[in-house]
Design a protein around this ligand. Structure first.
Ligand SMILES: Cc1cc2nc3c(=O)[nH]c(=O)nc-3n(C[C@H](O)[C@H](O)[C@H](O)COP(=O)(O)OP(=O)(O)OC[C@H]3O[C@@H](n4cnc5c(N)ncnc54)[C@H](O)[C@@H]3O)c2cc1C
Length: 371
């Protein structure tokens, strides 16, 4: 049940302490909290991070390791829902965030590109529509017309996407933040954000902090995802992250030859609307069966785990002040797409606290849209 990523040895980290009241307290030491902490400390503020577990032990160390630009919706759907300019700007904004992640990430992030696959003719039509919309709006992508892997009906190649060792990346980020003076308190649960000794509080708990701030409880729904990892294969089958069926199924081969596969949430979709971090026989069996089909033999599974992410009604994150609270901010609700978005939104909320509210994403992600 141990996430493969978390077996990686954590880097040494400085242990600065902040005395008394800080400028910003952050709840959550995942990619969002660590990204915000680093940005704030570099902006000269005194920061303390609290996590009920260790750094990256929430979804940030339990995910599929896909570092994808864009939002959680398909590009054409995003364009239709919130406008052409906003959608294109959002995609370009995440491309810039991914560039910064590459600079910070060392060998925790490989720029492999990713393939969005069509599982059938219907999905081929859908992703072809997505590709056309991207092309019209100057968002880079390539269309692959021929069958992929003998079973998929075409694909979009997103050449700039990456494959992430997410726990390694976030632990590196935490070490950078600690070097910049951030105090990180692990195994330190927060039950009342108003009791924190800080000028501002950022709630960076994505799917895990359900109920911590009452106003967010109905807006970010905890949702479970499940993953399996095989023993190393003796050949390279996939040189980049692949995903199909609207992202319900996703897999990538790791540098040591293992195949990681996640998804099949739609097999029992209502049961997966939960924050119970447990694998289930139904979804695990679906994952194993599909992995067998991908590799052409019965897989040897070495790792299985579940993780929780935060889903929102419009598939856009919530970033900004929590309505009804003067000094409580949030960044979360990435709808299963939080590796790059979480990094970017951590910086975004930090910039807003530092006084820079010029980003158009702040209007798009404003939690007040639901109030
Ligand atoms: C199985 C799975 C696969 C995924 N695959 C991908 C993928 O391939 N690509 C992608 O982009 N996204 C993926 N995601 C989504 C992505 O992992 C998340 O969106 C992202 O990690 C969120 O980061 P975060 O820092 O906001 O939250 P998290 O990493 O979840 O961190 C939140 C932290 O808050 C802490 N916390 C909660 N409540 C409290 C409290 N009261 N007091 C103190 N601490 C608290 C938790 O312990 C946790 O460490 C996946 C998610 C899952 C679950």
């Amino acid at each position: 049940m141990n996430p493969y990523w978390l077996e990686d040895e954590a880097p040494q980290r400085a242990t600065p302490r902040q005395e008394g009241r800080v400028d910003v307290a952050i709840v959550g030491a995942g990619i969002t909290g660590c990204s915000a902490a680093l940005r704030l400390a570099e902006g000269g503020l005194r920061v303390r991070v609290h996590d009920q577990r260790g750094v990256a032990e929430g979804a940030s160390g339990r995910n599929g390791g896909f570092a994808l630009r864009g939002g959680a919706s398909r590009y054409d759907v995003a364009r239709e829902t919130y406008g052409r300019e906003q959608a294109a700007e959002l995609w370009h904004w995440t491309e810039r965030a991914l560039d910064r992640m590459v600079e910070l990430g060392g060998e925790s992030l490989r720029r492999t590109g990713s393939l969005r696959l069509a599982a059938d003719e219907e999905e081929r039509g859908e992703i072809r529509g997505e590709f056309e919309a991207m092309r019209e709006d100057g968002v880079a992508a390539e269309w692959i017309d021929e069958p992929v892997d003998g079973r998929f009906h075409g694909a979009i190649l997103h050449g700039e996407d990456g494959a992430l060792q997410p726990a390694r990346f976030v632990r590196r980020l935490a070490a950078r933040a600690a070097d910049a003076g951030v105090e990180i308190r692990e195994h330190d649960r927060v039950d009342d954000v108003d009791a924190l000794d800080a000028e501002h509080v950022i709630v960076a708990t994505d799917g895990y902090g359900h109920g911590l701030v009452a106003e967010l409880a109905d807006l970010v729904w905890p949702t479970r995802g499940q993953v399996i990892v095989s023993a190393p294969l003796d050949r390279v089958i996939y040189d980049k992250p692949h995903y199909a069926r609207q992202g319900f199924d996703y897999w990538q081969q790791l540098p040591d030859g293992r195949l990681l596969l996640g998804g099949f949430r739609d097999v029992s979709i209502m049961d997966e609307l939960t924050d119970v971090e447990e694998t289930t026989p139904t979804i695990q069996a679906s994952l194993e069966r599909f992995m067998g089909e991908l590799i052409g033999e019965e897989p040897t599974i070495t790792h299985r785990w579940a993780g929780i992410f935060g889903l929102t009604q419009d598939m856009l994150p919530l970033v900004g002040r929590v309505p009804g609270h003067e000094n409580v901010w949030c960044a979360g609700g990435y709808s299963g797409h939080g590796n790059v978005l979480g990094f970017a939104c951590g910086e975004l909320v930090a910039d807003a606290i530092l006084g820079d509210t010029s980003s158009p994403q702040l209007a798009l992600f404003d939690p007040a849209r639901f109030f």
